[in-house]
Design a protein around this ligand. Structure first.
Ligand code: SF4
Ligand code: SF4
Length: 284
């Protein structure tokens, strides 16, 4: 089963849910946790991971032969990212904007564009120490690169089909990297917090998973029981609430120390296991 952990915005508790759920499930079965939050992956901080595989993720950057270029402007007109412009002196590629989509090369009528590989980040794979049930992978996007979609796509090629459960910690938001993460996923957990901002971003994420036809449930983090704002939304949208993690200084302290809080507060272990049971029921 492949489960994606999403949140409409950063800092809502996606990492908390991904790491705690993976950790407790790895005590019962085989699990792979993939950190696809490639702009700031941090799940590995919570585990002692032995990395044994690393690979570069490359895109193909266009290279223009300005002796052959006729300055027709086709490449610039067809580039959706404004990454190539044509001047009297020839065509110029703006590397930091280029997504390596290959369209300019395809449309150039005189074959003036070739390509060269450029690394935009890497993938690291390994196993959590002293737990052969628990595999781990992460994608890392280089600083300044415009999109992590390629990294996520390459990371997902390393999904371990021998693991019973694969948990993918997504980037926050609803942009292209999140859509890439959600492809071929069985269930999406939407992590939110009971605030007006939390609700706003939750509703965007809920729209996305609905559009993609993925079964979903909500985990409310930092729940204070003072407001029913998320309960009301969940009821209206008919999305089940799988768990509520209370606003608790002990949890916050353990998180800040890079610890799996349910390891130290065992009453939450059953709750995370029950989240998985509920997911299985919902998928049925
Ligand atoms: S490869 Fe794609 S993004 Fe890059 S310059 Fe060409 S058309 Fe634009
Ligand atoms: S499409 Fe080819 S020929 Fe036309 S401006 Fe671009 S590089 Fe030059």
């Amino acid at each position: 089963m492949k489960i994606a952990i999403l949140s409409g915005k950063g800092g809502t508790g996606k990492t908390t849910v991904s790491t705690n759920l993976s950790w407790i499930l790895s005590k019962k079965t085989t699990v792979q946790l993939l950190d696809a939050d490639v702009e700031e992956p941090n799940d590995h901080i919570f585990f002692d991971v032995s990395f044994n595989q690393e690979e570069s993720v490359d895109i193909l950057l266009p290279v223009v032969d300005n002796n052959a270029c006729t300055r027709c402007g086709e490449c610039s007109r067809n580039c959706q990212f404004g990454a190539i412009s044509v001047f009297a002196s020839g065509a110029m590629v703006f590397e930091s904007l280029c997504h390596g989509c290959g369209v300019c090369k395809m449309v150039c009528p005189v074959g003036a564009i070739t390509e060269r590989p450029k690394s935009i980040g890497k993938i690291k794979l390994g196993t959590v120490a002293n737990n052969s049930n628990f595999k781990f992978g992460m994608g890392i996007l280089n600083i300044g690169e415009p999109s992590g979609v390629r990294i996520i796509r390459q990371l997902k090629k390393h999904i371990d089909e021998n693991s019973d459960i694969v948990i993918i910690d997504s980037q926050p938001g609803t942009s292209c990297p999140v859509v890439e993460t959600l492809r071929n996923i069985d269930f999406a957990i939407l992590v939110t917090e009971p605030t007006t901002f939390g609700l706003h971003d939750l509703s965007l994420a809920a729209d996305l998973v609905k559009e993609m036809g993925i079964p979903t449930g909500i985990i409310v983090n930092r729940d204070s029981q003072k407001t029913k704002i998320i309960d009301n939304f969940a009821q209206k949208e008919k999305i089940p609430i799988l768990m509520k993690i209370p606003f608790d200084r002990k949890i916050a302290k353990l998180y800040s120390e890079g610890k799996i809080f349910s390891e130290f507060l065992p009453k939450y272990q059953q709750e995370f296991l029950s989240v998985y049971r509920k997911i299985k029921e919902l998928i049925k």
